[in-house]
Design a protein around this ligand. Structure first.
Ligand SMILES: Nc1ncnc2c1ncn2[C@@H]1O[C@H](COP(=O)(O)OP(=O)(O)OP(=O)(O)O)[C@@H](O)[C@H]1O
Length: 498
């Protein structure tokens, strides 16, 4: 039995505490502080005996460094979930077991409208499944990209919901450590929810119960999170504090208002240098209040950041930027309208807001590891991707481009870069293998990258975390993936050449 299976096991041996729920997780190791002291723990979100056949699978919501998240409708109840599917062998191989367990047990105990809810878990011989509340509105990152940048009223709405959720998480004694627009999901009505607790760190006095084998490690000289949103003290190996999330809140507010993260630069090294120097440049259209708030959230001294000091969140909520926000009724406010297409809500049409050109979402720690080469040696080995793709899931929209039995390994809306322009295309890699790009407005295949028997005919060059070139003997095609998955594309494509 794999080490992680116990915590997803539908029938653990030891009976629960005084809770009615009979889905328990046993633990026999001794522990201290917030780590489980009793013999057993009762999950609120039960470990069910379901199988993947109990669900009708729909579109892929997203692919993370160790998971694939798919829309899934439970056949008997009709309930829709976001099913986070994790490959057991891959998680064990990459030593991610503790992170997966920690995310599971933390989400289980969080109960707030601003936090993605975990409903239940189950497993089979290959995978672990977490049934999460489905956030049909997608990532805040995509709203920023689609709108170019957000008007201040909209940014205020999301920032206020984020402050409210962070106040709750910090009150529970947890540091999220990976707050960024990609991890802030929107419901179909447009309310914000914090997701991805894979980097979470419980403080010593946390109100969260943690299994001994699920505690996160804090090795010296490593940091978790995403480089562009990490505060300077963490780059200097200081321990994590609530100030990490407050700094990231400042980065997120800046990004909402400008379209790009504050330390955007052409290389990872330059981004880190700018963070260390706290080189923040405010566009002149930022209001005085927005500038002042970001300045205070991103104080170099973590103990002086707004929300962290003795007055805590009360002082942060009183900041003039939030004037008019009804904090006691925040979830009753009407959210901004969600943009469906790129450019439907662009404020002034200027081009500086093109976040797909923003090489700032380099992930460290619990995600991909820096390969020291300006990229991430992603954990998405081809075998991992192939196993994940064996789950029969598809976005019906793109299914028309597949043959019967063919499944998608990677799919993403990317920009195809030409000399003077760039065009949005849906890049689809399948297990056939096949690599095509589709014009999403006309729904026609614009290009088919031919695979040959000779693997040396096809190679992928990564030029930045978001940009890569696919080189064949006949042509070179350049793409930009705003989600910074250039290295994932390289590994997946080249892995199929063998
Ligand atoms: N509850 C949800 N509803 C809708 N989409 C979701 C949900 N949870 C996750 N997603 C989508 O799936 C993507 C991957 O999920 P998640 O970030 O949890 O995976 P991960 O493997 O932990 O990723 P990471 O590389 O960021 O650690 C997200 O970026 C998001 O777009």
């Amino acid at each position: 039995m794999l080490a992680m299976e116990k915590d997803f096991d539908p029938k653990p041996g030891i009976q629960g505490t005084n809770n009615d729920d009979d889905d328990n997780c046993s633990s026999n190791a001794g522990a201290s502080n917030n780590i489980l002291k009793s013999k057993s723990f009762t999950f609120r979100a039960p470990q069910e005996n379901f199988t993947i056949q109990d669900f009708e699978l729909g579109k892929i919501y997203g692919v993370g460094s160790y998971s694939k998240v798919v829309r899934a409708k439970k056949k008997d109840t009709g309930m829709v979930y976001a099913l986070k599917i994790m490959d057991k062998k891959f998680i064990t191989k990459e030593n991610k077991t503790a992170y997966v367990k920690l995310e599971r047990i933390v989400l289980d105990q969080l109960d707030h409208p601003g936090v993605v809810r975990l409903y239940f878990t189950f497993q089979d011989s290959l995978s672990l499944y977490m049934a999460l509340e489905s956030c049909e509105g997608g990532e805040l990152f995509d709203q920023i990209t689609k709108k170019g940048r957000l008007p201040e009223d909209e940014a205020r709405f999301y920032a206020a919901e984020l402050v409210d959720a962070l106040e709750y998480i910090h009150g529970m004694g947890l540091i999220h450590r990976d707050i960024k627009p990609e991890n802030l999901l929107l419901t179909k009505d447009g309310h914000l929810k914090i997701a991805d607790f894979g980097s979470v760190k419980p403080m010593e006095d946390s109100r969260i119960t943690v299994l001994p084998n699920a505690a996160s490690d804090d090795k010296a000289c490593t940091f978790v999170g995403t480089a562009a949103y990490v505060p300077p003290e963490v780059l200097n190996s200081s321990p994590a504090t609530f100030g990490n999330d407050i700094w990231a809140l400042g980065c997120t507010l800046y990004q909402m208002l400008s379209g790009t993260s504050p330390f955007k630069d052409t290389s990872e090294w330059l981004i880190l240098q700018r963070i260390i120097a706290r080189d923040i440049r405010f566009p002149n259209y930022f209001s005085k209040e927005a500038r002042d708030l970001i300045d205070r959230l991103m104080d170099v001294d973590p103990s002086r950041r707004a929300g962290v000091g003795p007055e805590g969140y009360a002082a942060l909520k009183r900041h003039p930027f939030f004037r008019g926000v009804d904090w006691s009724n925040i979830r009753a406010e009407t959210p901004p309208k969600l943009a469906l297409k790129t450019g439907t809500h662009s404020s002034d049409g200027d081009d500086h807001t093109d976040s797909s050109q923003n090489p700032t979402h380099i992930r460290y720690g619990s995600g991909r590891q820096n390969d020291g080469n300006g990229g991430s040696s992603s954990m998405d080995s081809p075998s991992h991707i192939t196993r994940m793709a064996s789950i029969d899931s598809f976005d019906s929209k793109w299914q028309q481009f597949l043959d019967p039995g063919e499944s998608v390994l990677m799919i993403s809306m990317v920009k195809k870069i030409q000399k003077l322009s760039s065009k949005k295309v849906q890049l689809i890699l399948t297990n056939k293998p096949k690599l095509i790009y589709v014009d999403p407005s006309k729904m026609v295949v614009k290009g088919n990258i031919i695979w040959s028997e000779n693997s040396s005919d096809l190679s992928v060059q990564v030029t930045s975390p978001s940009q890569f070139k696919i080189c064949t003997s006949k042509k070179v095609l350049s793409f930009d993936d705003a989600k910074q998955r250039a290295w994932q594309w390289k590994k997946a494509i080249e892995g199929l050449c063998k």
